[in-house]
Design a protein around this ligand. Sequence first.
Ligand code: HEC
Length: 198
Amino acid sequence: MRFASISIAAVVAIAGAVGGVFAHGGATGIVGDRMNGMMDMAQSVKTLSQSFAGGAFDPAVVRQAARVIEGHAGETMLQLFPEGSLDSPSVATPEIWTNWTEFSRLAIRLRQLAAELVAAADRDGSPPVPAPVVSGPEAPGDMWASLDERALLGLKPQPRVSTRATEAPAEIGPSPQALFAEITDACASCHAAFREAN
Ligand code: HEC
């Protein structure tokens, strides 16, 4: 299988964030609830990245991981962000409630993309077009070690990758990996806008 190395590489990194960013710990109440949900989603992103990168694409595994993201996104996520809920150790920003339209758009888009991935998981794991177009620095051979999870989480600029290149022809819809790239874009976009760059 061929994949856009940068997007897979960047995505792999999100999983590494789970241990690190939760070092602060101690979150309780609704802040703890939403952090747990986010952590579950990060675990699913890790599972998905391994499915796409590891050459062992299993539709059942992909479907299950996508369902976890679907279940935490959309309205479920929005209900965990009542106005002003910024108790320590939250790293959410008050802009969530001054720009609720955009915040909720991203949460709902994430849910839709995850639902699409649930539906697309049975498609062939191989992208139909070779030679994905990658711009920005190429990951070296040891991409697993060299990646920076903070880039994926939207805390730092990351190299751009064309998701178009991994899309299947329009009549069968986006490939699973194109959907996966859009999912991680949704994570990163929301973090860039609504989470403190700590
Ligand atoms: C609609 C906005 C939004 C989307 C979409 C979103 N997140 Fe988050 N995420 C947040 C916010 C806001 C926080 C900080 C919450 C807090 O600290 O109270 C957060 C926190 C996190 C954290 C905890 C890190 C930390 O700040 O300590 C992880 C891990 C995480 N998100 C993963 C994900 C993953 C993976 C996805 C996509 C599958 C995703 N998020 C999608 C808004 C979002």
